[in-house]
Design a protein around this ligand. Structure first.
Ligand SMILES: Nc1nc2c(ncn2[C@@H]2O[C@H](COP(=O)(O)OP(=O)(O)OP(=O)(O)O)[C@@H](O)[C@H]2O)c(=O)[nH]1
Ligand SMILES: [Mg+2]
Length: 373
């Protein structure tokens, strides 16, 4: 129902360095986001600023540069690695006659491409409409571009905007009702699992860390795993058979990213609850990534936002094959295995993780049977 860029569409990327010590890594991630959304990157425009410009976000020099690129290369899309206010977005569109997307819109495009389940699609649509509704003001053209508004014929103008806003509001309400129903179903499934005393494990982590690869390796499944951001959107749960392990269920979940748009966190709450309701989190990190420390912090931050920060975690340092590290593990002050180094691809160290899972699940059973206080 909402517009989406064509796959292979050329775009100019804009990444500003505003007091950002990780600017290089953030820009690399931004490029991967753009290509994951199907854009072809024609130019990367970077600059350093103390503060964003209130009106255009970028300075007048950079704005000119964008206009020149447009004149030379006939590119019609600019993507910012930042949140833009609706008025900044509008001002840049007017000044350059190009279509402008901010970081939230970019992430929403990827989610829209990947959503497969009915619930996933509705969640993405809700997030998108919420993002759009903040941009629906007089003189703003977003909905006009969407094939004559959302299902309404007629020209642009205030009346049209009112109609669009009303329809948008209705659709948002409708989606929320439907999603609440599904959320209840999910909650029922979870409490059934709790009643049956199954030990539930959720694989969480930064996008592209290797969650699905690890899930596949543990369960012999074949979930799509690829070098794209947000390859997984829908949660998949499977029984996990490990020698000496008891009634284990493991779930692969959607990945996290720095500055995950709040509209998405809001819309994906019920999917994310799969993690906040688990007995154990496997927090997967790509140990070969230069930004791994920052990524761990970001994941912990989002886990806190969804109320999953008090769940026991095993930190899984994945992709050791890339930097030629050996498999290994650490124990915490209580003697529990809490950090495992492994490679989900080669399988090196997977046995250690299985051992750690068994250890935790036995603790769980002992606790349940009242063997511990
Ligand atoms: N060399 C190497 N590559 C790995 C390893 N684990 C995963 N990968 C690769 O990393 C990429 C991302 O893996 P996925 O399993 O899709 O990652 P994910 O965390 O599920 O990603 P999203 O679902 O997109 O959030 C894929 O190209 C994998 O083949 C590993 O241990 N070693
Ligand atoms: Mg995945």
């Amino acid at each position: 129902m909402f517009e989406r860029p064509k796959v292979g569409e050329n775009a100019i990327l804009v990444s500003l360095n505003i007091d950002d010590i990780d600017h290089k890594e953030n820009t690399a991630e931004f490029k991967l986001l753009a290509s994951s959304a199907g854009f072809k990157i024609s130019e990367l425009v970077e600059s350093q600023r103390k503060f964003p410009d209130a009106k255009f976000f970028i300075g007048s020099g950079k704005l000119k540069e964008l206009q020149q690129i447009k004149a030379l290369e006939k590119i019609t899309t600019i993507i910012f690695n930042h949140e833009l206010t609706p008025s900044q977005e509008r001002n840049i569109e007017k000044a350059t006659s190009m279509r402008v997307y901010d970081r939230t819109a970019l992430i929403l495009f990827i989610f829209a491409m990947r959503a497969k389940s009915h619930e996933g699609k509705m969640q993405v649509e809700l997030a998108h409409l919420n993002h759009l509704s903040s941009r629906l003001t007089k003189g703003w053209s977003h909905l006009e571009r969407q094939k004559g508004g959302i299902g309404v014929r007629g020209g642009p103008g205030e009346k049209q905007i009112e109609l669009d806003r009303r329809m948008l509001g209705q659709r948002i309400k409708q989606l929320k009702i439907k999603l609440t129903k599904l959320e209840k179903q999910r909650a029922n499934q979870r409490s059934a699992r709790r009643r049956s005393k199954v030990f539930t494990i959720a694989i969480v982590g930064y996008t592209n860390a290797g969650k699905s690869t690890l899930f596949n390796s543990l369960t012999s499944e074949k979930i799509l795993a690829e070098n794209k951001l947000f390859a997984t959107l829908d949660t998949t749960s499977r029984k996990l058979f490990i020698e000496h392990g008891h009634d284990l269920v493991i779930s692969d979940t959607v990945g996290f990213i720095k500055n995950l748009p709040t509209t998405l966190i809001e819309a994906f709450k019920s999917t994310l609850e799969e993690a906040s309701d688990a007995d154990l989190l496997l927090h997967i990190v790509d140990i070969s990534n230069a930004n791994k420390t920052e990524q761990i912090l970001q994941v912990d931050k989002i886990l806190k936002e969804i109320g999953a920060n008090n769940i026991q975690q095993i930190l899984v340092l994945n992709q050791i094959d890339k930097i030629k590290l050996n498999a290994g593990y650490d124990r915490d002050e209580y003697g529990k295995m809490n950090r495992i180094q492994l490679s989900a691809i080669t399988g090196d160290g997977i046995e250690l993780l299985k051992k750690a899972i068994v250890e935790r699940s036995l603790d769980f059973i002992n606790q349940r049977n009242g063997n511990y206080v």
